[in-house]
Write a protein that binds this ligand. Structure first.
Ligand SMILES: [Zn+2]
Length: 187
């Protein structure tokens, strides 16, 4: 882990060399990753150029970490988890008038769920540690993707109609992400 101080905050980061055309900054599970083209090593220059963006992102992550400091993952059996998923799946399909094709459970390191063009919904095993209302939200979100592939205004209007506080739910999900991931890594 390397460190850089932006404003008054010490920020850790890692450098990855890849065959990319342009340098890139990524935040992976709350860690800053600088992706550089092989042979290019102007890391400080790139970090300074993007320091406002980095600072904003890191502050956001810290806010979510603090927000999540009091929360605990939900403990439920695999059966109960699948039952909960099926319940919200049926409910949301009826509400939206859509039908998913297939449900796949998978451990994913960067997202809660996804929806393929063929209607396959992939759900992260980490979801088992979420309260039911957040499971409901993720499923609804993925099913809306059957009608709107992209996260455009139409998409979020639809989500907001059913979950007026979806922005708060997204924050909660980000907070649970850290808590659940940490719990699993230290098991
Ligand atoms: Zn989405």
């Amino acid at each position: 882990m390397k460190k850089i101080t932006i404003k008054d905050v010490e920020i850790s980061y890692t450098v990855v060399e890849r065959n990319v055309k342009y340098p890139r900054l990524e935040l992976k599970s709350g860690c800053l990753v600088l992706i550089l083209r092989r042979g290019i090593n102007d890391e400080k220059g790139i970090l300074i150029k993007h320091s406002d963006w980095i600072y904003k992102k890191v502050m956001e992550i810290n806010r979510i970490r603090i927000y999540g400091s009091g929360i605990e993952p939900v403990i439920r059996t695999k059966d109960l988890f699948k039952e909960t998923v099926n319940k919200y799946l049926r409910l949301s399909e009826t509400e939206l008038g859509v039908k998913s094709n297939k449900i796949i459970f998978k451990t994913m390191t960067s997202k809660w769920g996804s929806c393929s063009a063929k209607g396959t919904i992939t759900l992260n095993n980490y979801m088992t540690g979420l309260p039911a209302r957040l499971i409901a939200y993720i499923i609804y979100h993925e099913l809306v993707h059957l009608q709107n592939r992209r996260h455009d205004n139409v998409f979020f209007r639809k989500v907001q109609k059913r979950f007026p506080d979806y922005k708060k739910l997204e924050d909660e999900l980000a907070a649970y992400w850290f808590v659940i991931k940490q719990r699993i890594e230290h098991m």
